[in-house]
Unconditional design. Structure first.
Length: 189
């Protein structure tokens, strides 16, 4: 019986979080660590203190591995392996491109960019757009979302929430009790 519970805990500890035609996100496992797996470009996002190929990483740190690179499975705390699928369908983009402010680019290629999204208390990110993307929430707060042409809503951001979002145009205001912080992986093509 104890082996059953150990296996159950292992299944809960590592799992596929998102699997769609564009991305596959796995928590606490690295099935795409070998370049031979044909997973495409990968981003490791630390959700806690981890060691990746001898690099000490803290919550919110990232490491990028291009399609032909291999790495060792991270050790220590929680992490995500985000792979961008090769042969994916064309990326959906908004009808208008409006660069967001208050974001910090961490890595960028012709195919994708990774940035840290920050928004201080009671601050607003004016009207901006984004392509299809993965959002990895790092801390708790509330955001007033005002999508263009749709009703506004409040999103409760919960640490370690991982979600795929479609292309869109919106305005965002931090109405929570903490600054907003998230890692975003946005496809460009």
């Amino acid at each position: 019986m104890s082996m059953f519970f150990a296996a159950l805990l292992l299944l809960q500890a590592s799992s596929v979080v998102v699997d769609n035609p564009l991305f596959k996100v796995v928590k606490n496992d690295a099935p795409c660590a070998s370049a031979a797996t044909k997973c495409g470009d990968r981003v490791i996002v630390a959700l806690g203190a981890i060691t990746l190929n001898r690099r000490q990483m803290q919550r919110g740190d990232i490491e990028i591995f291009r399609e032909n690179a291999s790495y060792s499975k991270p050790q220590g705390g929680n992490f995500l392996e985000v792979s961008m699928k090769p042969g994916r369908p064309p990326v959906k983009t908004p009808r208008e491109t409006i660069a967001p402010d208050k974001n910090f680019i961490l890595y960028e290629t012709d195919a994708f960019r990774v940035f840290e999204e920050r928004l201080e208390l009671n601050d607003t990110r004016p009207r901006h757009s984004h392509n299809q993307r993965m959002v990895i929430v790092l801390n708790r707060t509330k955001l007033l979302q005002q999508p263009e042409g749709e009703p506004q809503f409040v999103r409760d951001n919960v640490p370690d929430d991982i979600r795929f979002t479609e292309a869109g145009i919106h305005t965002v205001t931090n109405i929570g009790e903490n600054p907003h912080r998230a890692i975003i992986i946005e496809l460009k093509q």
